[in-house]
Design a binder for this molecule. Structure first.
Ligand SMILES: [Zn+2]
Length: 112
């Protein structure tokens, strides 16, 4: 297994940055970036893309095939306890601040 990948961004080689310039005088090119495999990027998309832009371009170009790998044909659900409204009150020198938030907790006993 090689210790690097070429960036999979479909237009990585067209981005006009100095680090992509390769070749000898008179026949210079812009080349796809090379990504060194490290403990930091092993097993995630950073090992295959030089950045968000290339990642987005690849996914947008191949979205139908990407979704076909693991299509979501029905919704998923996480069981929760009945949400509880909690009212908070804090007194400041300038007055009283009151706010309400809703506490949502996962019901571990119904988790599959
Ligand atoms: Zn790239």
């Amino acid at each position: 297994m090689s210790d690097f990948n070429w960036c999979h961004g479909p237009s990585c080689h067209t981005k006009q940055t100095v680090d992509r310039v390769r070749g000898v005088k008179g026949s210079k090119v812009l080349r796809t970036r090379k990504i060194k495999t490290s403990n930091w990027n092993r097993g995630n998309w950073y090992n295959y893309f030089c950045g968000n832009h290339c990642y987005d371009e690849y996914v947008n170009k191949h979205i139908d095939q990407v979704i076909a790998i693991a299509p979501r044909t029905e919704c998923l659900e996480t069981p929760i306890h009945d949400p509880k409204k909690e009212t908070h009150r804090h007194e400041y020198s300038w007055g009283v601040n009151e706010w309400t938030n809703t506490k949502i907790e996962v019901d571990e006993s119904r988790q599959s």
